[in-house]
Design a protein around this ligand. Structure first.
Ligand SMILES: [Zn+2]
Ligand SMILES: [Zn+2]
Length: 249
């Protein structure tokens, strides 16, 4: 038995070495050759702007470093509450994370989900204990046809598996086709997604705390439209977890 497992390990090791020799793993951003245990090269990794340290308790945006043990709030959250309760993001949305997310979204690089989900788990750690159900922000079927998959579902499915929580792509659906939210201001984004989502009447979400998964949190208009319909149907709380967040001044 011992000999069989060491033989399998030996074969596996040499098989991987042979594959790496013929098809060396490459950094998805700069094509530099990397080790099989790496997801990207060290130079690219250094360019990621992680959200760590002091953060707003409600929206998760970075705040100036402090030793305070109190739950801090950013000026936006003090001024106005969002319909969703809490949001967290792994990275700041900048040219580097934008590029990486575009690869996941439009370039069939669903393998990047492992990298993103690893850091989304770190960013959203305080949300999981109180989460009952994980739901990706849905795509309209027409958009899914052209894109082949919903990047938020790809992330949500892996995240649910890792944190061992139920996940559904059929509870929340997009009933209305909406134009892209890009290049729209907050008001226009709100109008664009107004009444775009609906809850499948076959599900009862009363009293559940829902964790919504999306790729980017910009003004929060899409997440708010989802949270509104979820709460109208009895959800107790709605949390939002994204790969990246736009940090406005
Ligand atoms: Zn690189
Ligand atoms: Zn905030």
């Amino acid at each position: 038995m011992q000999n069989t497992s060491s033989f399998i390990r030996f074969i596996k090791k040499h098989l991987f070495e042979a594959i790496d020799f013929v098809f060396p793993p490459q950094c998805p951003y700069c094509n530099q050759i990397i080790h099989r245990s790496q997801i990207m090269c060290d130079d690219c990794f250094k360019q990621i702007h992680f959200i760590t340290g002091s953060k707003c308790h409600r929206c998760g945006r970075p705040l100036p470093l402090t030793d305070s043990e109190e739950k801090l709030l950013c000026p936006n959250c003090i001024a106005k509450r969002k319909i969703y309760d809490l949001s967290r993001s792994a990275f700041v949305y900048d040219s580097f994370s934008r590029n990486a997310i575009l690869k996941l979204k439009h370039a069939d690089r669903t393998d990047l989900r492992h990298f993103f989900v690893q850091y989304m788990i770190r960013a959203g750690a305080d949300l999981f204990e109180k989460t009952d159900l994980i739901i990706p922000v849905p795509l309209h079927w027409k958009r899914r046809l052209t894109r082949k998959y919903n990047q938020s579902s790809v992330l949500a499915e892996l995240l649910a598996k890792k944190i061992k929580k139920p996940y559904s792509t059929t509870v929340l659906t997009r009933q209305r086709f909406t134009r892209s939210q890009a290049f729209k201001n907050n008001q226009k984004r709100k109008e664009n997604v107004k009444n775009a989502f609906c809850i499948n009447p076959n599900y009862d979400i009363k009293g559940l705390s829902v964790l919504l998964i999306d790729d980017v949190l910009t003004t929060g208009a899409t997440a708010e439209a989802c949270a509104k319909i979820l709460k109208q149907n009895g959800a107790k709380a709605v949390y939002v977890l994204t790969i990246a967040q736009v940090i406005q001044n």
